[in-house]
Design a protein around this ligand. Structure first.
Ligand SMILES: [Zn+2]
Length: 99
């Protein structure tokens, strides 16, 4: 039996990205989906207009995934649901916005 997370992880292993691009070489993103729940992240004119957590990991020599690059996006709700289960709370600080 597959739950939502299992189905999405098979999709990712199959090579489907949860980011769709107008032009991948320029990084011009058309749409972004949360890898955990599958929700489409709201965008306007190519700009993400809601909270999203982007993770990018290049695995190194001492891992079991040497040379593998992983990335995913989480909507803010999924991010909150994951970090609330951490045994050690995340480090969180307030940053100033520079415009
Ligand atoms: Zn989500």
């Amino acid at each position: 039996m597959f739950n939502k997370l299992t189905i999405l992880s098979y999709t990712i292993k199959g090579g489907a990205s949860m980011r769709k691009y107008f032009n991948k070489k320029t990084g011009n993103v058309r749409s972004v989906y949360c890898n955990l729940c599958g929700k489409e992240i709201h965008m306007e004119n190519g700009i993400i207009t809601e909270g999203v957590f982007f993770a990018n990991q290049n695995w190194g020599y001492f891992s079991n995934k040497d040379g593998q690059a992983d990335s995913f996006d989480l909507c803010e709700e999924c991010y909150d649901s994951i970090i609330k289960n951490f045994v050690i709370p995340i480090e969180s600080t307030t940053v100033k916005e520079y415009i």
